[in-house]
Design a protein around this ligand. Structure first.
Ligand code: KG4
Ligand code: ZN
Length: 343
């Protein structure tokens, strides 16, 4: 390593409740280490103050582990990358301060990354051992996470156009809040996915929002789910436990169908047939399955990230920083986090 072709980036992600550090050699990931925060489970959602405290505890050991796993020492690092936003202010501040201190101490460039761009560019992460196929430009990306639901047109590695987004809740929240209503722990999205695999997706029906254009709205679906459960439980106190799989399968099928309905409309409007998904909810097996079938019908080539690059991770921050490094797009040490940061 370390001739002019060798760019080594240490990347840091701390926008919500995962502390993650990754080391990349050009566009190849050498390590990607993440410490989750179990503490939020007992509260049924992320508590921002506790999240930033845990980031403070975790960031040094996680960075150390990522460097050791990659077999890289501090003198080999070409640049430090970090998530500037969007996210929780206190959480972002920990990663930003750590990145700034590292860049200052090592006297190397600092690169800020937009978390939503990171989720999309996760499609360009390469691994040493596995062959990799990335989308070609332009492509559409449906980015679905706990905080966002967006359809983005990607023209090159650093050019993004937001074509549709949610008016209110994100689809990840629609999963997590429904899970809470039926008594599942936070974050409930993966559990709804798990029970849905054994259930009948056509058993229960929910209303489909119909906003002009391809905008999303999930608050009405969430409220409909709350009333649906309340009314059934009033008649049968064991309704949830006796029908858990069918409830999860039907609700998940509804959310996924809604996501794909608008994606199909945008794809037809733009004529783009390279279609990607990204973000935590792209781990959902229902979304992966329904997207694959729709892709066959519509003649799309679809791109689905590996599980470890769906949810928040620093490798996606590192790959975005790599493309910024190639353009010498560096940040100075006066940079501050942005809780709101458009793509
Ligand atoms: O991208 P991410 O890790 O963090 C944010 O930037 O928000 O996404 C987290 C979200 C949570 O709402 C979680 O419930 C959801 O992704 N999620 C899933 C699945 N895995 C994670 N939702 C449905 N099915 C899954 N398998
Ligand atoms: Zn995210």
């Amino acid at each position: 390593m370390n001739n002019s072709e060798d760019i080594i980036i240490l990347a840091i992600e701390s926008s919500c409740d995962d502390t993650s550090c990754a080391v990349l050699h050009n566009d190849v990931v050498l390590s990607n280490v993440t410490a989750g925060q179990a503490i939020h489970q007992q509260y049924g959602g992320v508590i921002p103050e506790l999240a930033s405290r845990d980031h403070q505890k975790n960031i040094v050991p996680v960075a150390d582990a990522a460097l050791k796993k990659a077999g890289v020492n501090l003198s080999q690092i070409s640049a430090i990358a970090f998530t500037r936003g969007p996210g929780l202010s206190g959480s972002l501040l920990v990663g930003t301060s750590f990145a700034k201190s590292m860049a200052l101490a090592l006297d190397i460039p600092l690169i800020e990354v937009n978390h939503m761009q990171g989720h999309i560019l996760a499609h360009f992460i390469k691994e040493k051992t596995e062959p990799h196929l990335s989308p070609s430009f332009p492509f559409l990306c449906l980015t679905v996470s706990g905080g966002h639901t967006q359809i983005v047109k990607v023209t090159n590695h650093l050019e993004f156009e937001l074509l549709a987004e949610t008016e209110d809740d994100a689809v990840g929240e629609a999963f997590d809040k429904a899970a809470k209503i039926i008594g599942l722990p936070y974050p409930g999205g993966p559990l709804i996915d798990k029970y849905a695999r054994q259930g009948n997706p056509g058993r229960f029906k929910f209303p489909m929002p119909n906003l002009p254009g391809q905008r999303y709205s999930f608050s009405g679906i969430k409220t409909a789910f709350l009333y649906f459960i309340r009314d059934h439980v009033a008649q049968d106190p064991h309704f949830i436990e006796n029908n858990l799989n069918d409830i999860c399968a039907s609700y998940q099928h509804h959310l996924v169908s809604y996501l794909l309905k608008n994606l199909k409309a945008v794809a037809r409007e733009t004529g783009i047939k390279q279609i990607a998904i990204a973000g935590g909810v792209s781990a959902n097996s229902g979304l992966r399955g329904q997207l694959s079938s729709l892709s066959q019908k519509e003649g799309w080539t679809c791109f689905i990230p590996k599980f470890e690059y769906c949810t928040d991770n620093a490798a996606m921050i590192g790959i975005t920083a790599y493309y910024k490094y190639l353009k010498s797009d560096f940040t100075d040490l006066s940079v501050t986090p942005l809780a709101r940061f458009s793509i």
